[in-house]
Design a protein around this ligand. Structure first.
Ligand code: NAD
Ligand code: ZN
Ligand code: ZN
Length: 368
């Protein structure tokens, strides 16, 4: 079928919205009609050419939500009409990682997905006979996409898809960092660095876990206000003296849990140093630039601090995303407040500009 999609033709150049060809789903795959898709930093990171593993041409987009239209042979967990959230982090339920409760990093299709192919090593996207690769296994800047069954989370049809798409990336990452990776204990003190989609998700996750004190650190007063609205008890404008201020705020010891959601390695270091002696746990969710490293003075570790990393918040997508969506519908999570701009697919480059200007938390593409 012919569909409209935003294609990354050339690194550093605007995406080109155009007609491309999408083949029917094969065994183990589903055709999804996108209803909404968030515009995320990772899309821009790849479009800019900064991502060393990027490839072109490809259809970008990974924060999608939509409706299953058709399924390929052997698909048993999805049927036409199902509402789904797309997962760049799949869950096969069979690999050694899926069978462990210690990680969400499914191994089933990693290699093919990293190279832009569906699990059988081919693509469903093309243009004039030339193949176009699938970005992050999702390619959701498009009216339709074909994805593996194991990379689609079926959610309740009661959830508005415009909000549901945010659970495809940043929001679940932040929520999960607090709920799954750190497993924040009731009554504890938490510090979240960064109040973008990921950091705000972590603030909410800490609140849902029953944290008593949640300090949010950002450079933007406007974003800190949003953090307060989502449950931060204290806010702080970040800078050089942040660690000292946090240690002071926490009775001289630091916080039980710290979270890093900026992607800046200097902030990661602050997050480690703001964690409490004895048992403080620093969870890193931000993605650092190519080749950057995190400096930690080993004494911080010897004296009882721990550092953890968190990809997609440790959420096993097919099981975990539907549960998080239920918490939204139950009133625990205010998702609507994150949607700052509603745009069309043709405006996708405007979505990138808004993000670069830090105008709002998320621009969401609506497909009519
Ligand atoms: N681990 C994962 O699976 C995963 C998933 C999605 C995004 N990410 C990463 O998480 C990070 C955050 O993503 P986002 O969408 O929330 O980004 P964002 O740019 O919207 O938010 C980052 C925030 O950090 C703040 N900040 C910058 N410098 C700071 C400083 N020195 N002190 C305090 N705050 C500072 C900015 O003001 C901004 O509000 C990015 O690195 C992104 O790549 C990781
Ligand atoms: Zn993302
Ligand atoms: Zn798996």
């Amino acid at each position: 079928m012919r569909i409209r999609a935003a294609v990354l033709e050339e690194f550093g150049a605007p995406l080109v919205v155009q007609d491309v060809e999408l083949d029917e789903p094969r065994a183990g795959e589903a055709l999804v009609r996108l209803v909404a898709c968030g515009v995320c930093h990772t899309d821009l990171y790849t479009a800019s050419g900064a991502d060393p593993s990027g490839y072109a041409p490809t259809v970008l987009g990974h924060e999608g939500a939509g409706v299953v239209e058709r399924v390929g042979e052997g698909v048993t967990s999805l049927a036409p009409g199902d509402h789904v959230v797309t997962l760049f982090s799949p869950q096969c339920r069979e690999c050694v990682h899926c069978r462990s409760d210690r990680t969400n990093l499914c191994l089933a299709i990693r290699e093919q997905q990293n190279q832009g192919y569906l699990p059988d090593g081919t693509t469903r996207l093309s243009r004039d006979g030339d193949r176009i690769r699938h970005f992050m296994g999702t390619s959701t800047f498009a009216e339709y996409t074909v994805m593996p069954e194991i990379a689609l989370a079926k959610i309740t049809p009661e959830a508005p898809l415009e909000g549901a798409c945010l659970f495809a990336c940043g929001l679940s990452t932040g929520l999960g960092a607090a709920i799954n990776t750190a497993q924040v204990a009731t009554g504890s003190t938490c510090v979240v660095f960064g109040a973008g989609m990921v950091g705000l998700g972590a603030v909410i996750g800490c609140r849902l876990q029953g944290a008593e004190r949640i300090v949010c650190v950002d450079l933007s007063e406007e974003r800190l206000k949003l953090a307060s609205a989502h449950g931060a008890t204290d806010t702080l404008v970040g800078g050089d003296g942040t660690v000292e201020t946090i240690v002071e705020l926490t009775g001289g010891f630091g916080a039980d849990y710290t979270f890093e959601a900026t992607g800046n390695v200097a902030v990661m270091r602050q997050a480690v140093e703001s964690a409490r002696m004895g048992w403080g746990l620093c969870t890193v969710a931000g993605v650092a630039g190519r080749g950057e490293t995190l400096d930690i003075v080993p004494r911080y570790l010897i004296t009882g601090r721990r550092v953890a990393g968190s990809s997609f918040g440790g959420v096993k997508g097919r099981d975990g995303v539907p549960r998080l969506v239920e918490r939204w519908l139950a009133g625990d999570i205010d998702v609507e407040s994150f949607i700052s701009h509603r745009i069309t697919l043709d405006d996708v480059n405007r979505g990138f500009e808004l993000m670069e200007e830090q105008d709002g938390i998320r621009s969401v593409i609506g497909f009519s």
